[in-house]
Design a protein around this ligand. Sequence first.
Ligand code: MTE
Length: 308
Amino acid sequence: MHIKTVRGWEVSDRDATPEALMLGRRTVLAGAAGAAMLAVPLAAQAQGAPRSGKYDAGRELTAERDATTYNNYYEFGTDKSISRAAQRLPIAPWSIKFEGMVETPRTMDLDDILKRVKLEERVYRHRCVEGWAMTVPWTGFPMKDLVALAGPASGARYVVMETLADPKTMPGLRISTFEWPYVEGVTMAEANNDLAFIATGLYGKALPKQNGAPIRLVLPWKYGFKSVKSIVKMTFTDKRPTTFWEGIQPQEYGFWANVNPDVPHPRWSQATERLLGDNQRVPTRIYNGYGEFVAGLYAGMPNEKLFI
Ligand code: MTE
């Protein structure tokens, strides 16, 4: 992200999967849900999750092929074409450590976590600080449910999340200018906001590795870099963490990183965004259009750099 701008959004229309074709395929797959349940539990669960009507994205879905072949996942490389390399990510078994200011520090298997939450599908807009955007159906559950499972102590003010750092399968870890692992954080109030979502699926299937399998964060009102992938650890703390990009370029990336078209990044205007697929440019909205749900979180913070 900070090395160069790759214009990978220039995927030709020919390469994009038409939506009708994609939806047709999904219907067929849904019929096979029972059989899939035994072999691929995550995929099967994603297929069965009902779509929530709470947050209307108001945009066409991005073609699945575009959302799954144009990625940022620096552990696998600095360009957008990491989807193949990411297939080496080891995702089973998977567990998450709950640490820091929690009632009882412990490690939970992902299977166990999934037994205790109710999966739903939510269509969210996603806005990267590089100026591209997509609209995709995530399957998952509200982040507040994961926070509740972790059991934070009363003094906890922030949740810090870490991505797996596996040098055997992640070539990006050799780039020493980055401080691995990838770390992101939010306040407890943000984590408990209903819009904050933990995804385990995409387009009605298990989450692809390149999109952050098997479990990632999705914060649609913030720039995409806050939405940390492949989470292995959640630490509760009373100190604001230094996050991955903030640690590398503090003058370019901050802790809050809420979307705002009127606050340019030093290298990219944030006024408009390019939709993956047809490359149409549309105006960017404050909080990525989710202000009615989240603006209240930031009332009375005049001294904070809330946008980038
Ligand atoms: N998480 C990790 N671990 N590594 C990354 O490089 N990139 C971030 C975010 N989460 C990133 C990450 C950025 S900049 C964006 S825009 C989104 O993931 C991209 O998510 P996507 O590839 O599913 O579109």
